[in-house]
Design a binder for this molecule. Structure first.
Ligand SMILES: *[C@@H]1O[C@H](CO)[C@@H](O)[C@H](O)[C@H]1NC(C)=O
Length: 407
């Protein structure tokens, strides 16, 4: 017995030693070089400005020849300035991994319209962590200005997280709360996947879209949970090949394509090949929406599929609004919209509307909607079949469609 003990102990020690030796190596092999922002002087006290340390950690990670990770440990880090993490990065594989909370300085981002930006970073990964935009001061200012009780103008406000001009990006498990403006924006990108993004802001916070995609292609959104004061997901002009699956929205203004046709500068506005699959809307103002402004601006929305959506007390579960003009103010023109909407399928849309009209297809007189199809739709208002409204629409109905009589 006694002779067995030393070898067993020895073997344990050898294993322990091996574990201590190899664990960091294995870890590094998986994660590459690590750049912890605390090692660059960031303090997790929520009050010392960590902008400089974050940028220096990023610069080292970005110039690393090996895959590299900027690490934000748990704690609150004040990032007081508009901060751009720029590429291109040498390894083409940089990860920004956060277990902490980045805190903005409220209503102070000078005239920048962005807070945290990743730009020109192909192969970027952003994982975990919370962005706290502390938007309340700006929202309050806007609400006051809206009521015209004070003459001063408010700061522009900033988008909390922008991914710009990048290819092959993954954003995973990021949480954004109380952004001043949009929470997460993907602009001029290709092949971006957002997984498990959570957005939280009050229902009355203005212009706080959850996820906004702009001039991008092959963007996918999976498993997003969005509670906010504007669109949960909004799809601006210049987008193609988007896939949005499993989004829980509410409060909020729904999942929207548009608005299109407002800016006069951009060339023809096109949105094509968009799929929205499996979405839950709870107490939202809209469910599945396409919105365009009136006026001469030309554009096309085509090949859109909305499938498998559940509505609970939604004001406009299915809506195409080609006379979009919030607050009836600043509309570009009283002329009908020149954006053509074609080949839009609604499949498997069910639940309850909070208003009598659950299907509202209000299309342009000069460019009527075509190829609109409704299949397996069942929407109620106060436990009875809701109503539908159609104007300037051509399309088909398949299977059970309630309310019907529109197409
Ligand atoms: C439409 O977009 C999806 C990605 O969402 C893509 O897989 C598919 O190939 C695209 N279809 C066409 C016709 O481009």
């Amino acid at each position: 017995m006694a002779t067995n003990k030393p070898p067993a102990l020895l073997s344990l020690l050898v294993h322990l030693h091996a574990a201590l030796l190899f664990l960091p190596d294995n870890h590094q092999a998986a994660a590459g070089a690590m750049y912890n922002v605390v090692r660059y002087g960031a303090r997790a006290d929520g009050s010392a400005d960590a902008t400089g340390p974050f940028l220096r950690a990023w610069a080292d990670a970005c110039r690393s020849p090996r895959p590299a990770t900027v690490l934000v440990p748990p704690g609150r880090f004040l990032v007081a300035h508009a901060t751009t993490f720029s590429g291109p990065c040498r390894s083409g594989r940089v990860t920004f991994a956060s277990a902490g909370t980045l805190v903005a300085r409220p209503a102070s981002l000078e005239s920048s319209e962005r807070w945290i930006t990743f730009e020109n970073v192909d192969g970027l990964r952003v994982t975990g962590g919370t962005l706290d935009g502390r938007g309340r001061a700006l929202w309050n200012c806007k609400k006051k200005r809206g009521s015209r009780s004070s003459g001063h103008s408010c700061p522009a406000g900033a988008t909390s997280l922008t991914i710009s001009n990048s290819r092959g990006v993954e954003v995973d498990g990021v949480r954004s709360v109380d952004s001043e403006m949009f929470h997460v924006v993907v602009i001029q990108c290709e092949r971006v996947t957002l997984r498990g993004v959570t957005v939280q802001a009050p229902a009355d916070s203005p212009n706080t879209d959850g996820i906004h995609v702009h001039m991008s292609s092959h963007v996918a959104v999976f498993d997003a949970r969005v509670s906010t004061g504007d669109d949960c997901v909004s799809i601006g002009p210049g987008n193609s090949n988007l896939w949005i699956e499993r989004v829980a929205c509410g409060p909020g203004h729904g999942i929207s394509i548009g608005s299109l046709g407002k800016q006069q500068g951009m060339a023809m506005e096109v949105v094509q090949n968009v799929t929205v699959k499996t979405a839950w809307f709870t107490g939202t103002t809209n469910g599945l929406r396409i919105k365009t402004w009136g006026g001469p601006k030309r554009g096309v929305v085509r090949d859109v599929t909305f499938m498998d959506a559940t509505m609970a007390g939604v004001e406009n579960p299915i809506i195409i609004d080609q006379n979009y003009c919030p607050n009836d103010a600043g509309c570009p023109s009283s002329r009908s919209s020149s954006i053509k909407i074609t080949d839009v399928r609604y499949v498997g849309i069910r639940g309850s509307s909070a208003t009598p009209v659950a299907v509202n297809l209000d299309c342009s007189r000069s460019s009527p909607c075509s190829g609109i199809s409704l299949q397996d739709v069942a929407l109620t208002y106060r436990n009875r079949v809701a109503k539908s409204y159609c104007r300037n629409v051509q399309g088909t109905q398949l299977g059970l469609v309630l309310p019907q009589g529109c197409l």
